[in-house]
Design a protein around this ligand. Sequence first.
Ligand code: SF4
Ligand code: SF4
Length: 460
Amino acid sequence: MALNLPRQHLRRMKKIRNRKGYDLNISGAPSDALATLSVPATVAALPERIPFIKPRLRVKTGDPVQVGSILYEDKTDPRIVFASPGGGVVGDIVFGPRRVIREIVIALDQEETAVTFPALTETDLDGISRDDLVARLLEGGVWPLLRELPFRKIASPDSRPPSIIVPLDAREPFRPSPERYLTEETHPLFVFGLNVLKRLSDKLIVFTDPRRKGICRTFKNELTHTIEGRYPADDPGVLLYHLRRGPEDNRAWFIDGQDLLLLAGFLRRGTLPTERLFVVGGSGVAERQHVRSRLGAPLKHLVLAEPACPEPRYVVGGVLRGYRGNPEGHAGLYETAVNVLPEATERDFLNLFRPGFNKPTRSRTFVSAIKNVPMAMDTNVNGGRRACIACGYCSDVCPVDILPQMTLKSILAEEVEEYLAHGLLDCVECGLCSYVCPSKIELVETFRQTKFEYHKEQVS
Ligand code: SF4
Ligand code: SF4
């Protein structure tokens, strides 16, 4: 199967080097082993975890559903709908404070059935109009897999992006390794997916880390860029930052490599694929590996062995960008990692005056900085919030050259023009500034919230 690429894609692959960022040296990395799990009893959709939408239910408890039935829509644009990751009966619909819809749980049937659409061949793809293609992706509920920068919200079906970025990398500890899902076998489907994207934008950017030799070899005809450097060099926003011509050049769509396979699989077969590759890691669990399961699988189903600590905390998503998951809950649409960390039950007495032989540190506060071995990470933040001491650690690590401390000051002073000039919209929400800050200032949370409020104001 040939990729219909314009001349720009046939030029030599471009190499980029990201000079900032930081690699956490923590233990608990998952192995490359891959376990295929049995079918869980339930799967779920998590509207609460989709940013920028206002979910409206299309089902109620007790309704029968098929794989691909629509469970909810975005009230602000009802064309954006979300498909059921399983076939069975709608069980609990879990609400949070202010009736936020947290989970729509599906109790799976023994024999699941699926909503079917006409399957699309390579030749059909050449003949279908862009509008019809967009309509099919929307109708099938796979459109939300396409997201747009700078706000990282679901792509607008009415726009044509300057480019679409496909990262084939994973540098945040711990995420599924692309080598596990991008293989010789999945290569044709991946190329089909790129041809779909090619209908949506004139420019595709497909990149990986040059050290991923297997990916570079198998996908040599599809890769347009490589990027070297520390976390978060795998982020589409970081790549865009390096490629753009000016600050206003900050728009692009992006889709993760595994999600592109899902989108392509839906079009090719006419039914929603339900398989998902996850990774289970962290120092709080003994069995750390890749697991093949279902979209929206229960977290406890993914963590095979009992946690190896008395009070485990489930972090869903990467260690730095993830969120605290309910162990009784499920994985969301974008989540592919579960990290189990020991809950820090006690604060260390006189923590700052202890040598800290076994604490992960970037600021060289602890003796562990001179040991080059991975350290166990728990949920202890090692101290309380203090005023900014102008140490500059946050700007040292920021991959998109923001001065986080100055940006925070402008946000607190409500100086919109000033925080935009500092590059707030370039923030890729990597969490490094908060991680390295010795004063424990919640920089990334403030930036994420401010971007959200700014977007809301722009839209209204
Ligand atoms: S300001 Fe944003 S991009 Fe920079 S380190 Fe903080 S979270 Fe990452
Ligand atoms: S790392 Fe924290 S304390 Fe240091 S300059 Fe940045 S915000 Fe201030």
